[in-house]
Design a protein around this ligand. Structure first.
Ligand code: ADP
Length: 273
């Protein structure tokens, strides 16, 4: 399957516009048995690579997920994490900061959740809330928010230099698609629990959010920790792209099985009684 993942990377130093990526793009690929097989094959590759990452115990991978409500963060995690051994993976969901967290700098709670060496960490929301919702709702002075982009870049650079690869994914949907998803939640009894009337207030600020996302993508996509804007309206394609990004990043990290401190030849079958 010919997947061009680089087209979704926000290139540092270029003026990136969200409008340049269509939320319903499928990269010229059709949903089919072949696309399904390709995704399953990707999951198997991730499984093997993760086992090596775990055995090596020297590097970690952090996947940051950001999106508007209903874009499918939860189902992305369910699908993609199905190819990861739970033993070496942890998902952390960032909520409204507690009083305890607000009494520290904004990265304090984030740093504490960074995956340990050998592990994969998935952030469902992240420190980027501190330049998204906080910016849009004016929860901190704009001068404070403006400094955060560079602070985030330095934090992620530190992670990179100390063995943690960071990839950041924005699930990209349109306002119209969000409307369909909200209506679906209201229509389906089993999905009603996901409907939060408060989400409509955020929806009303859609354009402000898109502006905040664009600023964030332009200022925080770096060589060390790139942003990818993934078309998310076709969920099978979204899974294929995100699976591919994880696989390619792990492949590049090239985790190696550790050197043995014993000789297997010293342990013939008859020695194991
Ligand atoms: P989700 O929508 O991710 O399934 P919730 O409904 O619990 O989960 O939403 C979490 C809420 O926490 C979101 O509204 C998000 O904007 C908010 N939040 C997360 N981090 C911050 C932050 N640093 N400052 C303010 N609000 C935040």
């Amino acid at each position: 399957m010919d997947l061009d993942l680089e087209q979704y990377r926000v290139t540092p130093g270029h003026d990136f516009k969200l409008a340049s990526i269509s939320p319903d793009d499928t990269g010229g690929i059709q949903k089919s048995d072949r696309s399904k097989d390709a995704f399953n094959a990707t999951l198997r590759e991730i499984w093997d690579l993760q086992e090596r990452l775990y055995a090596e115990g020297e590097q970690a991978l952090l996947l940051v997920l950001q999106a508007m409500d209903t874009a499918g963060k939860d189902s992305t995690i369910r699908k993609v994490a199905s190819g990861i051994n739970p033993q070496g993976c942890r998902v952390y969901s960032f909520k409204v900061p507690s009083a305890n967290e607000l009494a520290r700098d904004f990265l304090w709670r984030v740093h504490a959740q960074v995956p340990r060496k050998g592990h994969i960490g998935i952030f469902n929301r992240s420190h980027y809330e501190d330049v998204l919702v906080v910016r849009v709702k004016g929860l901190a002075p704009i001068e404070v928010v403006d400094k955060r982009y560079e602070q985030i870049n330095e934090f992620e650079q530190l992670l990179h230099e100390t063995g943690t690869r960071v990839i950041k994914i924005m699930l990209h949907i349109s306002k119209e698609y969000q409307r369909e998803r909200l209506l679906r939640r209201l229509r389906r009894e089993d999905k009603l629990w996901k409907f939060n009337p408060g989400d409509l207030k955020e929806r009303a600020r859609w354009d402000d959010y898109m502006e905040a996302y664009e600023i964030m993508l332009n200022r925080c996509s770096t060589e060390a920790a790139p942003w990818y804007v993934v078309p998310a309206e076709n969920r099978w394609y979204r899974n294929l792209v995100i699976g591919g990004l994880i696989r390619d990043t792990l492949t590049e990290m090239n985790p190696e099985l550790p050197d043995l401190d014993f000789d297997p030849a010293d342990y013939p079958p008859e020695s194991i009684v």
